[in-house]
Design a protein around this ligand. Structure first.
Ligand code: HSE
Length: 373
């Protein structure tokens, strides 16, 4: 018989590399809301040792844009068509209750195959523990579609895809909120305790993290009938999230707090109203984080100017960078804006860059193939 418990700290994760605020870890309960009306949903742990429903499951998790200007660590959205894939297989060669990483492709040999030090591995272990799986071992294959350290939520996409694949393998017993918690275990170890990539990667669309303790997520519905295109320009430059977090100020002025709070409020209103000019204006407005990070990314200031001059409604750093993100309501205009941003990266920063124009991913991480047992 299944017994439901409130989510408890997972003993395995006690040796996190980063030392986050202990008050921000392991929320006892989680709220999950939509369209501004949050619904409380306690995160649950099953200790029933479930049987796998499939022999293997392959999942996809999309790239994400975190912060969106003034929403540092509390706002993010998913973008379509790019992301990571994880296949989770029942593997009799792996010790019951454990995870092994069989294969990693697309990362140029830069990622560890030790599951305790790999984003997909950490999230898969967390999901297995939440499901209460003790009799089955799993092996994972990770296909990286996202460049590492790019500001597109690369680590989050691997974690999200792994959590979703493991959950599906055992009959999709975990809620979306549980999956965010599982992926957050990984994120806290490799980049920092922030859910603004993992939450939208799992849930799709725009997500607001209202609080971390307890974790309280609000899905912000962008109107279906409005066009929104993200111009994502990724230079050949690595900006590790940990490094980019280390440059942030410990204290800010009241004036900056008031400014950024009002801009973040305007950003949320613009998302809900589908107001692209308003969204772009708010996106460009961060006075706290972007000014510290922008000088560390060669050419970023000129790239932002090129985007705005090219007709974008707004532009900022995507996540911790170095990718620049601009928004527009016209796909063809987005391509032109992208070309101008690429030119600016080369001219002012000496960096080669590639541009793509993407829509909002409204679905989030999902299983895409399952093999019967
Ligand atoms: N909010 C995080 C940061 C996102 O900016 O550090 C990292 O992708």
């Amino acid at each position: 018989m299944a017994i439901t418990l409130l989510y408890q700290p997972l003993p395995f994760f006690s040796r996190s590399v980063e030392k986050p605020n202990p008050n921000l870890r392991f929320p006892a309960a989680l709220k999950f809301g939509g369209g501004g009306s949050a619904v409380t949903a306690c995160s649950s742990v099953s200790i029933s040792d479930p049987e796998p429903r499939y022999a293997s499951v392959k999942s996809f998790a999309p790239a994400t844009v975190a912060n969106l200007g003034p929403g540092f660590d509390f706002l993010g959205c998913a973008v379509d068509g790019i992301g990571d894939f994880v296949t989770a297989r029942v593997d009799p060669g792996v010790r019951p209750g454990k995870v092994s990483i069989a294969e990693i492709s697309g990362a140029g040999g830069k990622l560890s195959k030790d599951p305790l030090w790999n984003c997909a591995g950490i999230a898969a272990i967390a999901a297995l523990q939440m499901l209460g799986v003790r009799s089955v071992g799993l092996s994972l294959s990770l296909e990286k579609g996202l460049p590492l350290g790019s500001g597109l939520g690369s680590s989050a996409a691997s974690a999200a895809a792994a959590a979703v694949a493991v959950n599906e393998l055992f009959g999709a017993r975990l809620s979306a909120s549980d999956l965010v918690l599982a992926a957050l275990e990984s994120e806290s170890k490799v980049s920092g305790y922030h859910a603004d990539n993992v939450a939208p990667s799992i849930m799709g669309g725009f997500v607001l993290i209202r609080s971390y303790n307890p974790l309280d997520l609000i899905r912000l519905k962008f109107p279906q009938d409005k066009n929104l295109f993200f111009v994502l320009v990724n230079p050949e430059f690595e900006a590790p999230t940990k490094k980019m977090r280390a440059v942030l100020p410990a204290e800010i002025t009241m004036a900056d707090h008031i400014w950024n709070s009002s801009q973040a409020g305007a950003l949320v209103a613009s998302v809900l109203q589908g107001d692209l000019p308003g969204l772009g204006k708010a996106l460009s407005s961060d006075k706290i984080v972007e000014p510290r990070r922008s000088p560390l990314i060669p050419g970023m200031e000129a790239v932002k100017k090129a985007a705005i001059d090219g007709g974008a409604y707004g532009c900022t750093i995507s996540g911790a960078g170095p990718t620049a993100v601009a928004v527009t309501d016209d796909e063809e205009r987005g391509k032109v804006i992208g070309e101008r941003m690429v030119e600016a990266f080369l001219r002012e920063g000496g960096l080669k860059a590639t541009a793509m124009v993407r829509k909002l991913d409204r679905v989030g991480a999902r299983p895409i193939f399952s093999a019967p047992r």
